[in-house]
Each structure stands twice: as C-alpha cells, then as structure tokens.
Design a protein around this ligand. Structure first.
Ligand SMILES: [Zn+2]
Length: 279
C-alpha cells in the first residue's frame, strides 16, 4: 500500500549545486508555513500502528561511497530499490500471516540481481526487517547523482496478478535560494523524467502481467515527494490473492520488468538535462 503525502519536512533543503545534501536543521530555514499533517492512505486499508504520522527527523544522510564517484561523472549508474515498510510496520497483511514488508524484501532482492545483470549498481534502503525513515530512504538516492529510485509495495486492492506503477502528482516547484529547493519538493524537477521511467517500467510489467495498466498513473506518495531523482512506486496486486504462492511467483517477472524498464530509460536519462548536473 502507498502512503499519501501531506508533509512539511523541517528545515531541510536539497543542494543541487553539490552532490551532498544540505541538511540545515536548526538553521531557521522553513520551506512552507503549513504544519505537518497526518499521512493518509491511498488504499482502503488501515494505517498500521507504528507508522510514522509525520516526517521523522533523521541524522545526516550517508556520505559519498566509492561507487558514487562514478555516478558523479554523469550517466545513470545506480538504482536505489526501496522495499517499503518493515520493522514495526508490516504494511498490508494477507492470509496466513503474509506481510507486505516481507514480500517486497523478496522482490527487492530479485530486482537487484536483474538490475546488476543490466550493469547497474544497486542499493537497497533496507536489507532486513527494519524500518528506515522516509527521509533516510530518499536520502540514499538524494546523496548521489546518476540514480533512479524505485519503491516497492503490495496492495490490498486491485486485480490479483497485476502491477501498477505510480509517479508523484504534479506539484509546483518552489524557489527558495539559488540552487536550492526545499526537501519536501525535491521531486518537482524530476517529474517528467519520473513519468518517462514509469511508463517504460509499466510497459514491461504489462507485457508480463496481463490486465495491468498501459501507462503510469499519478498519485500523491509520501516516499516519492522527497526524492531528488527520477522516482517511481511499483505496486503489486494483491495481498488478498487466493493462493499466496502466486505473489512469490510474480517476483521474477517483476524484477525482469523493472530491470528492462530502467535499462530502456538509461539513454533518456543520459541525454537529458538532469537537474543538478552540468549540461
Ligand atoms: Zn505499501
């Protein structure tokens, strides 16, 4: 399931002039006057207990890793895969104790293999049953260039055996300071690239999973909004499938479709004027 976004993250901006994020906690910068509000469900399921209701504070994002040096030279090289939920947040729950958080971790591991076979470096926002904050997950993509972000979900709605891709709905870019945009609008400059990536991945998924939509769909998604990279949400239907093994069997096709879609997107990314990179 996907989470809506009605957020204001405190005192944070993304510095596109630098690979590193500018995290100016306590610096007096406040991007918007609105107060943080609760998250909302796109789907009809109940929010799990323990789900953060507003932006979490976090420590500074990870530093530059050796592989990021390559990414800085330009071109799409890194895919951040986000198995959603985890820890105290199991996400959607199905029969027999099946949990969305476990399913997406399996999907992420398969997607990593498929993407590595396409020559991408892959980072997962979590390796086990923990629950990094929304901000920490986005920070893995925001801290480097040459990156796309894919968050994985399993819904409790939709036709079983189908997969949908979402991108963040349009929202205005906000000018704050030269070269800087507020963290909670980090996705704004990437919306068109996200849609192109989303359509390519959705097209591959629809080839594999009949009945899936033909094109990417917009949604307000908490995890995507703060991501300063082309970013999509992939949502598999559904946790309520009659045969739980069917969801497991979908993993190979999902991984293959994501890898093919991202590979098809690579020349588009490389030829585009990606925000924050030199022309
Ligand atoms: Zn979910």
């Amino acid at each position: 399931m996907l989470l809506d976004v009605r957020i204001t993250l405190r005192n944070r901006i993304v510095g596109f002039g630098s690979v590193l994020l500018a995290v100016l906690g306590g610096a007096g910068f406040r991007s918007f006057g609105q107060a943080p509000t609760q998250t909302q469900q796109l789907q009809t399921t109940q929010a799990p207990s323990g789900q953060p209701a507003s932006a979490q504070s976090s420590t500074a994002p990870p530093g530059i890793l050796p592989q990021q040096a390559q990414a800085q030279r330009g071109g799409l090289t890194v895919v951040v895969i986000d198995p959603a939920h985890g820890g105290t947040d199991p996400g959607a729950r199905g029969a027999g104790g099946m949990r969305e958080s476990d399913l997406v971790l399996d999907y992420a591991a398969q997607a990593r293999k498929s993407l590595q076979a396409q020559g991408f470096q892959v980072r997962l926002t979590r390796q086990g049953n923990d629950n990094p904050s929304f901000d920490d997950r986005s920070a893995m993509a925001n801290a480097q260039r040459g990156t796309v972000f894919v968050t994985l979900h399993v819904s409790s709605t939709g036709s079983p055996g189908t997969v949908r891709v979402y991108t963040m709905t349009d929202f205005p870019q906000a000018a704050s300071a030269p070269g800087l945009i507020p963290w909670d609008r980090a996705q704004a400059p990437f919306l068109e690239l996200s849609r192109q990536l989303g359509n390519l991945v959705q097209g591959q998924l629809t080839l594999q999973f009949k009945g899936s939509p033909n094109t990417v769909q917009p949604a307000t998604i908490r995890q995507l909004r703060a991501t300063a990279a082309p970013a999509i949400a992939v949502e598999v239907s559904s946790i309520l499938v009659e045969d739980p093994a069917e969801l497991g069997r979908m993993g190979t096709g999902i991984a293959d479709a994501i890898a093919r879609g991202v590979a098809a997107f690579r020349p588009i990314y490389d030829a585009s004027a990606v925000p924050g990179t030199a022309p």
